[in-house]
Design a protein around this ligand. Structure first.
Ligand code: IVH
Length: 709
């Protein structure tokens, strides 16, 4: 390969063209069901060469250059789609009184004869994500997510992979324009199967069916969406060039004729009592449904009345969602186990007699800390009327939406005789070291968390630290998930982060080769070793974050990597933190205070940590952060963004400006050099005008700084 410096312009142009096509092909292979042909390292090398050539020949940067796509696939991946009619959300009712008030409001608004019944429909509120499908001349032309209600994401090719969504309407003579709205969701069974697959592949699992459905629909590659069994219920419409029926019920039946699935639990009733009766029926059958629902939606059945009622700001006046109360269930507390976290925190976990709450079988619940078990909250408040939790107790469990199950109550009458008060251990169950509640320096009170003081000798902390090291935000090693880490630790294959990188070499010399272990083979083992090798050049901040130093989260790791630039400077500072100037340099970094500085000092004075860190650095060569450019048109300028931005999110705008060497501020002052104002800009725009600060719009911004790079 010719050195970049030796390339002629013609050669550079030809190579950039080749690289663009090649990288695009590898992107597609990577995203389509994880079938890359080259390793991440080889892929990175291609990108780096592309970038190096572009830096030498900026005038040759192609429109379709991979460098313009980098990092933005995830942020601005889908085209925007503007809904012909906005997709609104629903007002909520939390009890029967709210429902009575909803109907009374409708009657008042329409000045209806008190004797005239107002039929209303009732149907489950599906816990998925809404989608709007546009059909022209009976053919599906576009599909858009709700987005902010006005502008969503164009996910047409993904929607086409969902079997429940017809690409051609089945009904006779459909209107020219038909916009169908409904909910995309995933069944419990499909969700479980997918998570099992993810776990077996050592990939992170999903939290709940709703998030999974959303993530699956918003995949850049339709092949991935197609591999996820998504379903769709149709229940509403947007723009229609003609109306096939004059009632809600009639419209939904027509949707079925068109080939959509409609919810079988939808009914129409003339009295509130019957409506509420149906609500209770749906609530009763909820645990048996194969999908999540979080309430019942009532809608005025007559469409003429709907249009008279119209909309009040964000909600239609003719519909409301009657939410289910958080699900509760009684079960038995079988045991209280203590888990040891990465930083030594001892967390009590309730092992429960399995119980179904809201369609999900719950077997564990976190008990947070020692006080929580006693019936004391984090701010000293009384929990469960002060009742403590004892093994054998009958406890009431609550599970609401995404939140972790909580234990709300204890039935003291059913407490077994002789049930002992739970005594929180003062020794770590994993290593036997003392467990203590540290003093909180700020409040002067004992911390609510008890910690194992075993540090590096504690095997539980070691395993948790390893799990953290390979996790998504840190080294993100494919095929090395929690299960594999636990097994490798147990088998003595790895004890710390540095060992991961010598795994291949040691395995080659070992008699107990990984490929011969249960669940492994020659291919999967060598794939894992390759995945590990790919991370030898991981970004510097990931390696810092991966160390799992207390108080050093992902953002702090980024701040450190950016401030010190490379491993050598970072190490030089960390070994000299006892020197006041070096310590002060550290705390002068934006976002870093004494808590982090002390934690770093403690970490880097512990010989065993230093040993792991040095051995790790023999194996990995972290990639230093890309420094902000100094020759951009906004370098050194203070920029404020205000109003709504359309081409990028606020976070994206901030990151871009910082990358270009600008300082982003939240308020306008005399120091402001530039205001980027989108639609809806208010007081900041006025102030900037008063102060004579240069003001441009989003297009002006891109004109100045060039396209997204
Ligand atoms: S009707 C103008 N019916 O709930 C009202 N929405 O909180 C149009 N949803 O964004 C919505 N099941 O995603 C309606 N049976 C149902 C629903 C339902 C779920 C969702 C929908 C909407 C949200 C509003």
């Amino acid at each position: 390969m010719i050195e970049v410096d030796a390339l002629s312009a013609d050669e550079a142009r030809a190579e950039l063209e080749k690289l663009s096509a090649e990288i695009a092909r590898h992107d597609a292979l990577y995203h389509s069901e994880d079938q890359p042909e080259i390793s991440d390292a080889e892929y990175d090398a291609l990108r780096r060469r592309n970038l190096a050539i572009e830096q030498r020949f900026p005038e040759l940067v192609r429109e379709d250059s991979p460098s313009k796509r980098v990092g933005y696939v995830a942020l601005d991946k889908f085209e925007k789609i503007t809904h012909a009619l906005p997709m609104l959300s629903l007002d909520n009712a939390f009890n029967d009184d709210d429902v009575h008030e909803f109907v009374a409001r409708i009657r008042r608004f329409l000045k209806l004869d008190p004797l005239k019944p107002v039929p209303l429909t009732a149907e489950p509120k599906i816990d998925g994500l809404s989608l709007s499908l546009r059909y022209e001349q009976g053919r599906l032309v576009s599909a858009g997510t709700r987005g902010d209600g006005t502008v969503g994401e164009n996910v047409t090719s993904n929607a086409k992979t969902i079997a429940d969504i017809p690409t051609v309407l089945a009904c006779e003579n459909p209107p020219d324009v038909v916009e169908i709205r409904g909910e995309v969701y995933m069944t419990h069974e499909a969700f479980r199967a997918l998570n099992e697959r993810m776990e077996a592949e050592g990939k992170p699992t999903y939290v709940n069916p709703r998030n999974t459905a959303a993530g699956s629909l918003r995949q850049l590659d339709s092949a991935i969406t197609a591999s996820r069994p998504l379903r769709f219920f149709a229940y509403a419409w947007g723009e229609m060039s003609a109306m096939p029926s004059d009632t809600q019920m009639g419209m939904v039946q027509w949707l079925a004729e068109c080939g959509f699935r409609i919810n079988p639990l939808m009914q129409s009733h003339e009295t509130i009592e019957k409506l509420l009766g149906h609500y209770r029926h749906i609530e009763k059958v909820r645990p048996e449904l194969e999908y999540d629902i979080d309430g019942v939606v009532y809608k005025v059945d007559e469409l003429a009345l709907q249009s008279r009622l119209g909309f009040a700001s964000r909600f239609p006046r003719w519909a409301i969602a009657h939410k289910f109360p958080a699900e509760k269930a009684w079960t038995i507390l079988r045991d209280i186990e203590i888990q040891v976290g990465r930083t030594g925190a001892l967390t009590p976990v309730a092992r429960l007699e399995p119980v179904t709450v809201g369609g999900v079988v719950v077997t564990n619940a976190t008990l947070h800390n020692e006080d929580y078990v006693k019936g004391i909250g984090s701010k000293g408040e009384v929990l469960r009327d002060g009742k403590d939790l004892r093994v054998g107790d009958h406890v009431m469990l609550q599970r609401a939406g995404d939140v972790i199950p909580q234990i709300l109550d204890v039935d003291l009458e059913k407490r077994p005789e002789g049930a002992a008060v739970f005594s929180f251990p003062d020794k770590c169950p994993a290593c036997g070291s003392a467990a203590v509640r540290e003093m909180n320096a700020n409040s002067g009170k004992a911390d609510s968390v008890k910690r194992c003081t075993g540090g590096l000798i504690c095997p539980a902390q070691a395993v948790e630290r390893l799990k953290h090291f390979v996790s998504r935000g840190a080294l993100d090693i494919d095929g090395l998930g929690d299960k594999q880490v636990e097994a490798f630790y147990e088998q003595g294959r790895i004890a710390d982060a540095a060992d991961i990188f010598t795994l291949r070499d040691r395995d080659a010399r070992s008699l107990k080769k990984l490929k011969d272990m249960e669940g492994w083979g020659a291919t999967s083992a060598s794939k894992l070793f390759d995945a590990i090798d790919d991370k030898r050049t991981a970004e510097f901040y990931r390696v810092i974050f991966g160390l799992g130093i207390r108080h050093v989260g992902e953002q702090t790791a980024k701040d450190l990597a950016r401030a010190y630039g490379d491993v050598e400077s970072f190490n030089a500072a960390m070994s000299e933190l006892h020197q006041p100037e070096i310590y002060e340099d550290l705390t002068a970094i934006d976002g870093i205070g004494d808590t982090v500085a002390i934690a770093l000092k403690e970490f880097f004075t512990e010989p065993r940590n230093l040993d792991i860190w040095n051995r790790l650095l023999e194996q990995v060569q972290p990639t230093p952060p890309v420094q902000a450019s100094s020759d951009s048109p906004v370098a050194g300028k203070t920029v404020v963004f205000t109003g709504s931005l359309e081409k990028m999110t606020r976070d994206e705008a901030k990151a871009m400006a910082e990358r270009l060497g600008a300082k982003v501020s939240g308020s306008v002052s005399k120091k402001t050099d530039l205001l980027v104002a989108g639609p809806g800009a208010g007081s900041k725009l006025k102030k900037a005008t008063d102060l004579g600060v240069e003001t441009i719009d989003e297009n002006g911004w891109f004109k100045r700084v060039g396209p997204l790079i």
